[in-house]
Design a protein around this ligand. Sequence first.
Ligand code: 13P
Length: 245
Amino acid sequence: MPLIVGNWKMNGLKADGTLLAAGVAAKAKGNLGKGREVVVCPPFTIIERVQSKLIGSGVGLGAQDCAPKESGAFTGDISPGMIKEVGATWVILGHSERRAGHGESDALVRAKVEAAEAAGLTTIVCVGETLEEHDGGRAKDVVARQLQGSLPEKRPARWVVAYEPVWAIGSGRTAKAEVIGAMHRHIIVQLQRRFGKLDGVQILYGGSVKADNAREILSIDGVDGALVGGASLKSEEFWTICSAR
Ligand code: 13P
């Protein structure tokens, strides 16, 4: 069953965020569970408001980051337990905008994943190469290293990995189907080598997924869903993506 996750990034004040959530909820009501699963990840500040709009819709709720600790002197950080308390059950970790913009290392991402799982959140761990790494033919090595470093030792019951080539994010430049398919196969091989059986894992593609390319992307072998940025900010377009397979 495809999993479609909307990453709102730093978008959404109370008014437009609740409107967007209500729009997604209205489309989802009665349409989820039948071959599709949908999650939205708004900014921390409106998680609770968004949750009130999603009640009864079947749409899941997540955050976009969390701290690697539960409490303490960590100014500005939000713990997994805090996220859980306001009603979210998912969290995106290791997004390239955090790896690059906030200097997050694989080890930090792993610590966050472990803390999130300990709090009972389902993690969506992002990996993906930069344009320079892509052009230099290093994409597979980079992704293998990120998987090795960012995933915890213990395999959780349910987990999600998102392949997001950095050069495809927000650029309108989607990776070609063969590139996506090859990388997803590579990720599957890496995960099998490390964890053996792959029960409970889904591998999403992210990077300029839109209404007009979602069907093609979601039909690629090894692609179990999509992590959607810009196109998740309009309920019509997001729902078209959610309904694409
Ligand atoms: P875009 O869909 O805007 O390219 O963003 C992808 C992304 O970073 C989702 O996490």
